[in-house]
Design a protein. Sequence first.
Length: 65
Amino acid sequence: MKHFYVGQKWTARYGIFGMFFGEVIEVADEGECGVVFITDSCGNEIDIYSGSAAEFQSLGEWEPT
C-alpha cells in the first residue's frame, strides 16, 4: 500500500513500549503523502507524522488495519 486516505487506521507494536495507533487526518498528492496522528494505548498523543506513505510503512512495524 503506497497511498494514504483520510480516516485510514494503522497499528504498531513496539516490544516494551506497547501498542501504538495511527490515523490519517490529511492527505496530499493524491494520497502519496499525508499526516498521521499517532497515539498510545491510553489515547495520549505521541507524535504526528507528516510525509510519504511509503516512508511511513518503512519506519517499522506499522500495518494498516
